[in-house]
Design a binder for this molecule. Structure first.
Ligand code: PMP
Ligand code: GLU
Length: 402
């Protein structure tokens, strides 16, 4: 959208792009509503329902009268459960005053950006990155600065690259591990090297998005905030959407230095207030209960990853990564650029995804939305049957490109 001063819409809004993941998912829904047999592998959403014991806890809380406003940073019951979870799973020590619960991790990231960024402040974003990072940072007045890794580096940016991108305007670095969209998992030594770079720069912070923590096939999740030299400068973001299949509950949280937590709470107090009361009680129950259902989902995702990487790898011209976490594969499809089926020529990842949607009726998301135009994202949070069918259709459509 061209930015104009004649539009009644703010320039801030005009500069912002719509979420590509949400847009593609809606496109798939619309096509389905028109009667097309579309398989949507576009949205990063577990296809599992929320485990029953969590739903029961919500119903119990509702009956018990958890129907009122909550404290802005969250109910004490949930914040205590989060403090214990950080200790149990992440070697992170927080006081309850350092926890802020929000309406999804998306809001947590928006709170942090609004709390820390002045106009022109830079944020080093490790790319490929999750779509919304870029837009949230821009909306808060910040300048996103991308550092990128390709498939040959397992999409992982090195500490040296991060260091080279830091200027005296850099406020924080932002990334997810396990990563959306690549599924890559940063290992302990890689995170330690990044922590060492950050530690050298006074007034530089880390925002570590660990929302896919529990969907990790290495069996080893490391929180960068656990390194002593950055523990007072790291905001750890997490949430319930992925690991507990609770996307529609809208619950995310941070563990942060006290002053950042207080700032996020101040912002949230003016925008949305505390998250839904009975949902928070159920979320506390989720964290305090056995993680068995989460482990089962993880097993299912692992099996699907094997199917998807195997089948995609058999399609000539598709270069597949071997993701260690999350539920995405991020193949490099630059081989098809410049190729045509006689009527349509593919020049970039958007055109590739349009072609796949139109010819194969499979919705996937263009890598350009994640800062990697050579790739596309496939979300394998779908049934094995759907995945096999989708990839077979994609293979057939691509075989027509010469
Ligand atoms: N971070 C990442 C990397 C994500 O993929 C998502 C997906 N929605 C979010 C944050 C936001 O999650 P939610 O708002 O549902 O908690
Ligand atoms: N995070 C998911 C995704 O990347 C959900 C959609 C969204 O919030 O953007 O697809």
């Amino acid at each position: 959208m061209p930015v104009t001063t004649s539009s009644p819409l703010s320039q801030r809004l005009q500069r912002m792009s719509e979420s590509a993941t949400i847009k593609m998912a809606q496109k798939a829904r619309d096509l389905r509503a028109q009667g097309h047999n579309v398989i949507s592998l576009s949205l990063g959403e577990p296809d599992f329902d929320t485990p029953q014991h969590i739903k029961d806890a919500a119903m119990k809380a509702l009956q018990a009268g958890y129907t009122k406003y909550t404290p802005v940073p969250g109910l004490v019951e949930l914040r205590e459960a989060i403090v214990n979870k950080f200790k149990r799973d992440n070697e992170l020590e927080f006081d309850i005053s350092q926890i802020v619960v929000s309406n999804g991790a998306k809001q947590s990231i928006a709170n942090i950006s609004l709390a820390l960024l002045d106009d022109g402040d830079e944020v080093v974003i490790l790319a490929p990155y999750w779509v919304s990072y870029f837009e949230i940072v821009k909306m808060a007045g910040g300048v996103p600065v991308m550092v990128t890794a390709g498939i040959e580096d397992d999409f992982k940016v090195s500490a040296e690259q991060v260091e080279a991108a830091i200027t005296d305007k850099t406020k924080f670095i932002l990334f997810s591990s396990p990563c959306n969209p690549t599924g890559s998992v940063y290992e302990k030594d890689e995170l330690e090297a990044i922590a060492n770079v950050v530690a050298k720069h006074e007034n530089l912070y880390i925002v570590s998005d660990e929302i896919y923590e529990y969907i990790n096939f290495t069996g080893n999740h490391v929180s960068i905030g656990a390194f002593e030299n950055v523990k007072d400068r790291t905001v750890t973001v997490n949430g319930f959407s992925k690991g507990f299949a609770m996307t529609g509950w809208r619950l995310g949280y941070i563990g942060a230095p006290k002053w950042i937590a207080a700032a996020c709470s101040k912002i949230q107090g003016q925008f949305t207030s505390g998250a839904t009361a009975f949902g928070q009680m159920a979320a506390a129950h989720a964290l305090n209960s056995s993680l068995e259902p989460t482990y089962h989902m993880n097993e299912a995702f692992k099996k699907r990853r094997a199917i998807v990487t195997d089948l995609l790898g058999k399609i000539p011209g598709v270069k597949v990564n071997n993701p260690q976490g999350a539920f995405y594969v991020f193949p490099d499809i630059s081989h098809f650029f410049g190729k045509s089926d006689g009527t349509t020529t593919i020049n970039n990842s958007s055109e590739f995804c349009e072609y796949v949607l139109e010819k194969a009726h499979v919705a996937v998301v263009a890598g350009s939305a994640f800062g990697a135009d050579k790739c596309f994202r496939i979300s394998y949070a779908a049934s094995e049957e759907e995945l096999r069918e989708a990839i077979s259709r994609i293979g057939e459509a691509l075989s027509n490109l010469k």
